[in-house]
Design a protein around this ligand. Structure first.
Ligand SMILES: C[S@@+](CC[C@H](N)C(=O)[O-])C[C@H]1O[C@@H](n2cnc3c(N)ncnc32)[C@H](O)[C@@H]1O
Length: 271
C-alpha cells in the first residue's frame, strides 16, 4: 500500500478519530463471537479482513492461530499492535483492500471479517476474494449489520461523498438472500443467523459525543462541513434527534441502542 492517502478517500476517513477507542466501547466483543462461530483452533492460519484494531484477529491469535490482520487503513495498526501486545499475542498487520487481497489462493484456513469488509463498495469482489484466499475445507465468517441500522448509515450517507455508481448500501451484507447470492454455491453449508446486541451510553448526547470524538466517518463529515455552518447544524441536529428517538433504554438512563447483525459462517468445500 502506498503511503500517500487521498484526502476524502475511505482510508483517510477511517483513519480519523480514534477507532480503537470506538471499537472498545462498541463492537469489541464480536471478535470472540466470530472466532467461536468459525471454530478457530491452534495451528490454523487465519486472515482477518478489514480488521480495524484487531478485535477478531487478536482473539484468533489467543486461540493459538497464526494470524494476519489486514485493513485498508494501516493508520490504525499501531493501536492494534499495542492491544495485541497487552493481550500477550503477536500478529502480522498488512495494509490491504478487501476487494483485491494481496494473498494467494487458499492461503488461509479461516477468513473472517467483523463489521469490516461490508464497507467496501464492490460487494461481489469482496465475496470473491474472501472465498479465493480460503483453503478448500476452510471457513469464511463475517458479522454484518442488517438493514435495521439503515437510519444511522443512511444519515451518514446523506453527508458523505457518494459511493461509486451502482454500489449497494453496506447493510445489504446483512440480508440473507443477498449474502447467498454473493457467495453462490462456493460456501456450503452456509449458516446465516440474526442476532441482537445493545450499545450503551449514559445519555443520548454522550452516545453522539462518542461518535463525534472517535468514529472516522462522523469526524470526516463534521470536518467537511466546517465551512458550511447551516449544513453542519443540520447534521448535528439530525444525529441528536436520531440518538434520542432510537434510545430504547429505561427512563433516567442509561441510553440503549439495540442493533441487529447477521452472523455468517460458511465452509468452502474440500476439493
Ligand atoms: C467499523 S470498522 C470494523 C473494524 C474491525 N473489524 C472491528 O470490528 O472493530 C470498519 C473497517 O473497515 C475498513 N475498511 C473499509 N473499507 C475497506 C476496504 N475496502 N478494504 C479493507 N478494509 C476496509 C476500515 O478501515 C475499518 O477499519
Amino acid at each position: 500500500m502506498g503511503t500517500s492517502v487521498a484526502p476524502g478517500s475511505p482510508r483517510a476517513m477511517w483513519a480519523l478519530g480514534d477507532y480503537h477507542r470506538f471499537a472498545k466501547a462498541t463492537v469489541w466483543e464480536f471478535g470472540e463471537v466470530l472466532v467461536d462461530a468459525c471454530g478457530v483452533q491452534a495451528g490454523q492460519r487465519v486472515l482477518d479482513v478489514a480488521a480495524g484494531t484487531g478485535n477478531t484477529a487478536i482473539r484468533a491469535a489467543q486461540r493459538g492461530a497464526s494470524v494476519v490482520a489486514s485493513d485498508l487503513t494501516p493508520e490504525n495498526f499501531d493501536a492494534g499492535r499495542r492491544e495485541a501486545s497487552a493481550s500477550g499475542v503477536e500478529l502480522e498487520w498488512v495494509g490491504a483492500d478487501a476487494q483485491a487481497l494481496p494473498f494467494g489462493d487458499g492461503e488461509f484456513d479461516v477468513v473472517t471479517s467483523s463489521f469490516g469488509a461490508m464497507f467496501a463498495p464492490d460487494q461481489q469482489a469482496v465475496a470473491d476474494e474472501l472465498v479465493r484466499v480460503c483453503n478448500p475445507g476452510g471457513t469464511v465468517g463475517m458479522v454484518n449489520f442488517t438493514p435495521r441500522a439503515d437510519p444511522f448509515f443512511g444519515l451518514l450517507a446523506a453527508y458523505l461523498p457518494p459511493p461509486p455508481p451502482g454500489a449497494l448500501p453496506p447493510t445489504a451484507w446483512g440480508r440473507e438472500d443477498h449474502v447467498r447470492e454473493l457467495f453462490g454455491d462456493r460456501l456450503s453449508p452456509l449458516e446465516l443467523t440474526r442476532h441482537e446486541y445493545v450499545e450503551r451510553a449514559a445519555t443520548p448526547d454522550d452516545y453522539v459525543a462518542l461518535f463525534e470524538e472517535t468514529f472516522g466517518p462522523v469526524v470526516a463529515i463534521e470536518r467537511s462541513l466546517a465551512g458550511d455552518p447551516g449544513r453542519a447544524a443540520s447534521f448535528a441536529r439530525e444525529f441528536r434527534e436520531l440518538a434520542r428517538n432510537a434510545n430504547a433504554g429505561p427512563p433516567g438512563g442509561p441510553a440503549e441502542y439495540p442493533y441487529e447483525y447477521l452472523l455468517v459462517a460458511g465452509r468452502k468445500p474440500a476439493r
